[in-house]
Design a binder for this molecule. Structure first.
Ligand SMILES: *Cc1c(COP(=O)(O)O)cnc(C)c1O
Length: 321
């Protein structure tokens, strides 16, 4: 299929339709395909901001996004917070036009629960809100009305190979971009918008990936149902960790723990990883500052029940914590 053909435009139209239904995306929001979440960080800083941005983060991905905005010359007000505390929504400043948050901080296994979005919207209804939802979208039911610029890559909860990003924007985002009129790059937001309104993409995309996105989403159905299943599995993991000597949560408060990325403390994670290799299992490393004493386990929808059982069994019988 060539990416300017009628066949491709039909595929994009169908993929957007199933995403709107499954993810419960409002009718007047627009869906745009990009190459990755990282590209969306850049698109945002480049095309969406005329004033300043207030960036709330407690981990590596949120911080990197702020760094990219800095490099692009955006005025970023940084609001780092502890991994053991809820996002400090009481610190929202009055002058920033955008608030940037990370739905699920993949580096340390924290997430923002529904209260955070509600409070931001209640306290600051006039603000525009950008959300890196990379390891949440398609796994957790997100309330898209609570934000304006949402994005994710497909290799996390969509369960697909990497190399495709999904960007979902509100009418207010589109208004903002039209006001700023930044249009100097191949991936300037206005160019993305023109293309998606025509069911095309601003770049030559991985068409196979868009096709697989369409087919898998057709099959998995509503994200709210997926979220319930992940919740059950998460509870199963919680009781496992509870009963497993030597394994503990990095995050103390249960309500701050991400349902999709489990980050667990243990002694000598490298040795545990070595042992798990003998079972044919690649255990996720900790990230950055948490590398020396944590492991990360994905609770992504594409992982099967029996695979989780196998991993739990391997940890139980051979895990030397
Ligand atoms: C994985 C991830 C990214 C980066 O995704 P890419 O596909 O590498 O661009 C960004 N933010 C979060 C929160 C992530 O989990």
């Amino acid at each position: 299929m060539n990416h300017r053909s009628d066949e491709f435009m039909t595929l994009v139209q169908n993929a957007k339709k199933v995403l709107k239904k499954n993810l419960a995306i409002p009718k007047d929001y627009e869906i745009i395909f990009t190459s990755s979440a990282t590209e969306c960080w850049e698109i945002f800083g480049q095309s969406m901001v005329s004033g300043s941005v207030q960036s709330f983060y407690n981990g590596a991905f949120g911080e990197k996004w702020a760094d990219y905005m800095d490099k692009l010359g955006v005025d970023v007000v940084r609001e780092p917070f502890s991994i053991q505390e809820s996002c400090p929504v009481n610190k929202i400043d009055s002058k920033s036009e955008w608030i940037c948050i990370t739905a699920n901080e993949t580096s340390n296994g924290t997430f923002l629960n529904k209260d955070v979005y509600r409070k931001i919207k209640e306290n600051s209804p006039e603000k525009l809100i950008a959300i890196d939802a990379t390891s949440a979208m398609a796994g957790l039911a997100l309330d898209f009305k609570k934000g304006d610029f949402w994005f994710a890559s497909v290799q996390k909860c969509f369960g697909l190979p990497p190399g495709l990003g999904v960007l979902i924007v509100s009418p207010r985002s589109i208004e903002k971009a039209n006001e700023i009129k930044e249009d100097n790059h191949y991936n300037s937001f206005l160019n993305l918008l023109r293309n998606t309104q025509n069911n095309q993409t601003h770049y030559t995309p991985n068409i196979t990936s868009i096709y697989c996105l369409y087919r898998t989403q057709k099959k998995v159905g509503l994200t709210s149902d997926v979220e319930s299943k992940l919740g059950e599995r998460f509870d199963h993991w919680s009781s496992f960790v509870e009963n497993q000597e030597g394994l503990d949560w990095l995050i103390d408060k249960p309500e701050l723990r991400s349902p999709t990325v489990l980050t667990l403390k243990c002694n000598e994670p490298e040795r545990l990883q070595e042992e798990m290799k003998h079972h044919g299992l690649i255990l996720g490393k900790g990230y950055g500052p948490w590398k020396a004493d944590t492991i990360r386990i994905a609770n992504f929808p594409a992982i099967r029940k029996k695979e989780i059982r196998y991993l739990m069994h391997a940890l139980k019988t051979h895990g030397n914590f």
